[in-house]
Write a protein that binds this ligand. Structure first.
Ligand code: NAI
Ligand code: 15L
Length: 265
């Protein structure tokens, strides 16, 4: 790839992935509404509000791949979600349509299916069961991407990320965790695949206790290497045994199922 755009670059995942993406494209174009570390060699940093159509149009120009991490990443007021995740995504897809349809990796979320119970094992055909407005915005994003695929052939990997952080921080994440290295391997597979289409991919490591079946996406060749199980004893020691009745340990979306609808100002 000549130029890869990464939105949400100032966020937790954007910052963690930035050094890991070097080499994937001749130039990495990082973007966020917030401040980012200054650009290094082969990097560009562009401040941009995803809700600003003209700015997003310019941002996407010249890019032949997009990793879309930007947006509201937890439950929040609907107005904020509407701006960043709905309008922002529409702006991104319209910009992509105007600029040669670069392949997109969309950071969707396990909160599209958060109301499944942890004793249910599901695959990509399971109906969506979002656990809040944030989850609904990711369902919207997946449908928007699907529509642009059916109508215009725009390819997107709909990556339903579980919990992508350095290491699992509670027992739920023994199932939902994806390591940074496995995310990097997935990104490489998505952008190197001869044919992508518009698949849902569960963004989860090779955890013994994972809930999600990725066999439909085997053609991508992604083989996650890490397994959260190695952290179980450490979590038991730090947190004690999990309460089997707590939402955190009942639902795939964990505590998100208990979030209220936040009132507007
Ligand atoms: P984060 O909240 O740390 O980063 C999101 C970034 O998006 C922030 O830097 C923020 O400034 C930026 N942003 C928000 N509104 C914007 C706007 N209007 N215009 C431009 N930029 C805007 O979230 P994190 O953890 O880095 O996640 C990245 C993506 O992955 C998010 O889309 C999130 O929904 C998704 N995801 C992450 C998971 C995780 O475990 N980290 C799990 C599931 C999904
Ligand atoms: C998400 O979608 C959030 O963006 C992230 O902050 C985590 O909470 C993650 O899901 C999770 O479910 O652990």
């Amino acid at each position: 790839m000549k130029k890869l755009l990464i939105t949400g670059a100032a966020g937790a995942l954007g910052r963690a992935m930035r050094p890991r993406l070097a080499g994937l494209a001749e130039t990495l174009r990082f973007s966020d509404i917030g401040a980012m570390e200054p650009a290094g060699p082969n990097e560009e940093c562009i401040r941009c509000d995803l809700g600003d159509a003209a700015a997003v149009h310019d941002l996407v120009a010249g890019c032949d791949g997009i990793i879309h991490l930007g947006g509201v990443s937890v439950e929040d007021k609907f107005s904020k979600i509407l701006h960043a995740n709905l309008l922002g995504l529409y702006n991104l897809y319209e910009a992509a349509r105007a600029h040669g349809q670069p392949r997109i990796l969309f950071a969707s979320s396990n909160h599209t299916v958060g109301f499944y119970r942890q004793d249910e094992h599901i695959d990509a055909t399971a109906p969506m069961r979002p656990d809040g407005l944030y989850g609904v915005s990711k369902c919207f994003g997946e449908h928007l991407a699907r529509m642009y695929f059916e109508k215009f052939g725009q390819e997107t990997a709909l990556v339903r990320i579980g919990s992508c952080l350095e290491k699992p921080s509670n027992h739920r994440m023994l199932s939902s965790w994806m390591s940074y290295n496995d995310f990097k391997l997935l990104i490489e597979c998505v952008f190197r695949a001869p044919m992508l289409g518009c698949p849902v991919v569960w963004g989860v490591s090779n955890n013994d206790s994972r809930w999600w079946d990725n066999s439909h996406a085997a053609y991508l060749g992604w083989k996650p290497q890490d397994n959260a199980e190695i952290y179980r004893a450490e979590l038991d020691a730090a947190l004690g045994k999990p309460d089997p009745k707590a939402a955190l340990h009942v639902y795939q979306g964990g505590n998100f199922v208990n979030d209220p609808i936040f009132e507007e100002d």
